[in-house]
Ligand binder design. Structure first.
Ligand SMILES: CC(C)(COP(=O)(O)OP(=O)(O)OC[C@H]1O[C@@H](n2cnc3c(N)ncnc32)[C@H](O)[C@@H]1OP(=O)(O)O)[C@@H](O)C(=O)NCCC(=O)NCCS
Length: 139
């Protein structure tokens, strides 16, 4: 069953301006090591790098909406990280306050599943996040 849904749409050029102005400090505060590695692997194409960051920024905002909090109440940027599964499909790994909120939303006897879809078409990037509760397999 679905326990949360969130979406976000962002202007990639806005993210580019923040990176230009705040550089490392911004990247470090917002993105996980895995997200930064993914963007850096695209370093040959500056537009692709910033679009990679923008899609992940949108995913964090969408995830914070799916959690029902927004970016507050202990739910911070770096605690919601996009990871790509083998084959490329994205999902999110939550830590810290975001994970605590996810656990509080998940009914007993269920585990949370996070489905993510991200896309970009310059100058826009978009993300959808659906959080579902899936019954735990009986052992
Ligand atoms: C929830 C949040 C992510 C919304 O993002 P936003 O970019 O300001 O606004 P969006 O247009 O994407 O989304 C707005 C919609 O989110 C929904 N929303 C607001 N609070 C929400 C919550 N707690 N849970 C789920 N959805 C929420 C509302 O429907 C709202 O639209 P409405 O007011 O017309 O009903 C935002 O409140 C937030 O926490 N932003 C962090 C901003 C920030 O710190 N920026 C610094 C950049 S480094």
């Amino acid at each position: 069953m679905i326990i949360g849904i969130g979406s976000d749409l962002i202007d990639i050029t806005r993210v580019a301006k923040v990176i230009e102005r705040h550089g490392e400090r911004f990247l470090d505060r917002i993105f996980t090591v895995a997200e930064r590695a993914k963007a850096e692997r695209r370093a040959k194409n500056e537009k692709m790098v910033v679009a990679t960051y923008a899609k992940r920024f949108a995913a964090k905002e969408a995830c914070s909406k799916a959690l029902g909090t927004g970016i507050r109440r202990g739910v911070w940027w770096r605690d919601m990280g996009v990871v790509n599964l083998p084959g490329g499909r994205p999902t999110m790994q939550l830590t810290g306050g975001a994970l605590a909120r996810l656990q509080a939303l998940t009914p007993e006897g269920f585990e949370a599943r996070i489905d993510v879809s991200i896309t970009d078409d310059w100058p826009l990037a978009q993300a959808f996040v659906i959080i579902s509760a899936v019954p735990l397999a009986k052992s």
